[in-house]
Design a protein around this ligand. Structure first.
Ligand SMILES: Nc1nc2c(c(=O)[nH]1)N[C@H]1C(S)=C(S)[C@@H](COP(=O)(O)OP(=O)(O)OC[C@H]3O[C@@H](n4cnc5c(=O)[nH]c(N)nc54)[C@H](O)[C@@H]3O)O[C@H]1N2
Ligand SMILES: Nc1nc2c(c(=O)[nH]1)N[C@H]1C(S)=C(S)[C@@H](COP(=O)(O)OP(=O)(O)OC[C@H]3O[C@@H](n4cnc5c(=O)[nH]c(N)nc54)[C@H](O)[C@@H]3O)O[C@H]1N2
Ligand code: SF4
Ligand SMILES: [Mo]
Length: 746
């Protein structure tokens, strides 16, 4: 299984003898697995580069410790001793909250990091927990948590069976899909159009996905909430509200229709840049389609009204009768790890939000984390509670988070910075200790998180393809040893302590679960069963999760079926999928209803001619490229060579007005910073909007990425403003950044 993105394609990897290599073999070829039950041979250009990543000379194979400002390779024992030496005094002097943790994107695709990262966070005992979620999907987790009772209880568009897909702020032709796990989105979209279905893409850019669609709506950045709420208004005004059989599980329909009343298509025409007639037609089409789904992704979440927009996506699904029906927006029933297949069906305590606030700015906690846009100020603002140590796991926040310049300047202030990461990059160059994981080919893989959002119920496990080198630690072992160090058990303590404790906690819960397969069994006996054949680490825990999951699978069964197990198309799951206290879908959660006032204020302020509406103000958005993966795969030559990808997309009208020339440089500046970037004039972007992809800027001193440095590009997050957040989710606004653009000086 390819662990690089959410699609999770099956791979066929051929090895060949290689006398010098660890284990005596190396990868000969990687291609798509034609027998895979879900991907059927599909692969993107990144999948085969698992070989290049594994063989990349810059991929660290030994821990690094900084001595006199330079990294030197050390043994694992020395590295953990250094962590102990630097980290424990911080905790002793300033308490546990003085240590912050940042979890990055690849940790969501790593079984070891998923299962041992949280125990490490608990061992640290800090409330300063940050992750890439608050520059990503957190608004969707918040809205889903409030509506359905679980952060990952996110309805996914049933694209294989739908007749009408309204897609906002997503470009699966580049990203391969997100929060809707499916290999080969392009093929599935083509099939939708071929069977006579409609795809409407709402995006300020005419993307490849928009080109494949039956309609493209070039909305103004940040305006999706207005568009969707106006569609609700049309449904209400025209008597088109018809939730169908799920009506009996919906609470708050009238409240939702009431708040939509003022948001008529005419009222939002200016803010959205979408004609009232179009909005009205879209609402009618959505209501009339036999089976339809609304789907929103990152263009709608890293936005000013991210949570409201995420909520409205599912409000529309529900009001048009498309929630929880085939061809609509449905709930996955994952084989392992899902909170909506555990406990009492239908009822739960829901999610708790805003239980505490960040020290400096008072920004809200969500799902146990603070907004990563606050990390820099928590480090660089002196006072009680200041962050003085940092642990990053699979993250590159200096490139990925807003006002990257401020964070870059803050990291050298830390007394201790430990990075679990394979590269010396823009972020980890500031670390005191770097602890590298093995490559993806050396780790077992089961996508515990993203398979919970698959558009078909499937289960896949792949064992390590290549062995660990002598003395090399697996990723979970790195995290377990870190946990032991922070618990004060020493740099050489045995990882089995952590492994057994994590498993034991889960087994105890399993024997206590009256409806589960281990109900009433003896914990020791269950642990012994799971440990048969010497199984340990993440695999042993995964086996437990599979056995206690809704299909009662075992890891051995998955190992025996390397092409995956198809558990069938999604099926209706209401009301059992819910974990809300009321046992109802909360269509009008209080927190969200309260935030609609902000939308109303914005609507009143943003009228042509009103003061401060930013007329003529350019705004910056991002984009993705099929050959990139956030910030960290630009060290693979085959992916970066050719035409430069880190360019500023500008509409021809804006280029003429601003004197920008295709191929020449432009200075782009915002409140947060300034970059100089090559111009690419294209009519595929809405006038008034410019776009730079994130994840670049690899020419920083001290980073050791020999290929990426030659294709450096610029860091677009130097421009993103860390002060702009969606208040409900604490998610940074990364699209719609006000910028000034001029021909590059000199
Ligand atoms: N302007 C703007 N900014 C954005 C976005 C945007 O659309 N626009 N998108 C946001 C999104 S969606 C995301 S998810 C974030 C990503 O933000 P991050 O997660 O902070 O960044 P990544 O680029 O994914 O960096 C991954 C890091 O993990 C390391 N790594 C790779 N594989 C492994 C592994 O197996 N184990 C470990 N321990 N480390 C590994 C890499 O070397 C790298 O340092 O960026 C966000 N930033
Ligand atoms: N090749 C590749 N694949 C990836 C990644 C990658 O970096 N490269 N990253 C992975 C990760 S971590 C994630 S989270 C997913 C993200 O997956 P997607 O959400 O599909 O991400 P993008 O391809 O960036 O598409 C977002 C689209 O939103 C548009 N947009 C920007 N602002 C707005 C707005 O205000 N409103 C609307 N309606 N649209 C807007 C942009 O023009 C862009 O086309 O991709 C994953 N897959
Ligand atoms: S789309 Fe590409 S990167 Fe994503 S899982 Fe498939 S092969 Fe890997
Ligand atoms: Mo992401």
């Amino acid at each position: 299984m390819c662990p690089l993105c959410e699609a999770g394609c099956g791979l066929e990897i051929t090895l060949e003898p290689a006398p010098g290599a660890v284990g005596g073999e190396r990868v000969k070829r990687i291609r798509g697995d034609r027998d895979d039950v879900f991907s059927h041979g599909y692969i993107c250009p990144k999948g085969s580069t698992l070989k290049q990543l594994h063989e990349d000379p810059d991929w660290l194979r030994q821990p690094m410790v900084k001595r006199d400002g330079r990294f030197v390779a050390v043994t694992w024992d020395e590295a953990f001793a250094e962590v102990e030496r630097l980290l424990l005094p911080v905790v002793e002097a300033h308490g546990r909250d003085a240590v912050a943790v940042y979890l990055g994107n690849p940790s969501a695709h790593s079984l070891g990091a998923l299962l041992f990262g949280r125990p490490l966070v608990r061992a640290l005992g800090t409330t300063n927990v940050y992750s890439a979620s608050t520059v990503d999907q957190r608004p969707k987790e918040v809205s889903s948590g409030l509506m359905f009772g679980g952060g990952l209880t996110v309805p996914v568009p049933d694209i294989d069976r739908t007749d009408y897909l309204l897609m906002l702020g997503a470009n699966p032709f580049a990203s391969n899909g997100s929060l809707a796990t499916a290999p080969d989105w392009p093929g599935r979209i083509e099939a939708l159009v071929e069977r006579g279905g409609q795809l409407v893409v709402v995006d300020p850019r005419r993307t490849k996905t928009a080109e494949a669609a039956t309609e493209h709506v070039a909305i103004k950045p940040g305006a999706d909430a207005f568009l969707l709420l106006a569609m609700v208004q049309v449904l209400a005004a025209e008597g088109l509200v018809d939730p169908g059989p799920i009506a009996e599980y919906l609470a708050g329909v009238d409240e939702v229709l009431a708040v939509a009343a003022d948001f008529t298509p005419e009222a939002v025409e200016y803010v959205t840049g979408v004609e009232a007639d179009t909005i009205r037609r879209l609402a009618r089409e959505l209501a009339a389609a036999p089976r339809a789904a609304v789907y929103g992704r990152i263009g709608t979440t890293v936005a000013e009204f991210g949570t409201i927009t995420s909520w409205l996506v599912d409000v529309l699904n529900a009001l048009t009768g498309n929630l929880d029906r085939p061809g609509g927006a449905m709930f996955t029933k994952a084989a392992a790890g899902s909170s909506n297949t555990r406990g009492t069906p239908r009822y739960g305590r829901g999610v708790r939000l805003h239980r505490r606030h960040s020290r400096v700015r008072g920004a809200p906690e969500t799902l146990g984390e603070l907004p990563c846009a606050c990390l820099a100020e928590e480090i660089d603002t002196p006072g009680e509670g200041q962050v003085r140590a940092l642990v990053t796991i699979a993250g590159n926040p200096v490139v990925s988070t807003p006002n990257a310049g401020r964070l870059d300047a803050a990291l050298p202030m830390l007394d201790c910075f430990v990075a679990v990461d394979p590269y010396i990059n823009e972020t980890t160059r500031h670390a005191h200790v770097i602890l590298p994981p093995p490559s993806a080919l050396q780790k077992g893989h089961y996508d515990l998180a993203l398979l919970q959002l698959a558009i078909r119920n499937v289960a896949h496990y792949s064992p390590p393809v290549l062995p660990l080198a002598e003395g090399q630690l697996d990723e979970w072992e790195v995290l377990a040893r870190l946990a032991l160090v922070v618990q004060g058990l020493g740099a050489t303590a045995d990882v089995a302590l952590v492994d057994d404790l994590v498993l034991r906690t889960l087994v105890d819960a399993a024997v206590a679960d009256e409806s589960g397969p281990f109900a009433g069994r003896d914990s020791d006996e269950v642990v012994a069963l799971l440990s048969e054949g010497g199984r340990r680490g993440p695999e042993r825990i995964l086996d437990l999760m599979l056995r206690t999951g809704p299909y009662g699978l075992t890891l051995d069964e998955l190992v025996d079926q390397p092409h995956g197990i198809d558990l069938g198309p999604l099926e209706p799951r209401l009301p059992d999928v819910l974990r809300t206290p009321s046992g109802m879908v909360e269509l009008a959660p209080e927190l969200i209803m309260g935030d609609v006032a902000r939308l109303a204020t914005a609507l009143a302020e943003r009228t042509p001619g009103a003061q401060g509406n930013g007329n003529g103000q350019l705004v910056l958005i991002g984009r993705r490229d099929l050959r990139s993966n956030n910030s960290w795969m630009h060290n693979v030559e085959v992916l970066v060579k050719g035409k430069a990808r880190c360019t500023l997309h500008v509409h021809p009208d804006d280029a003429t007005r601003l004197g920008l020339v295709d191929g020449a440089g432009a200075d782009v500046s915002s409140r947060a910073g300034k970059v100089t970037v090559p111009v690419e004039v294209t009519d595929a972007i809405r006038p008034g909007v410019v776009s730079i992809p994130h994840g670049w800027g690899h020419d920083m001193e001290g980073a050791e990425l020999s290929v990426a440095r030659r294709y450096a590009g610029v860091n677009s997050n130097l421009l993103a403003d860390e002060e702009l957040l969606d208040p409900l989710s604490g998610t940074a606004v990364l699209n719609g950044i006000p910028v000034a653009v001029a021909p590059a000086a000199g």
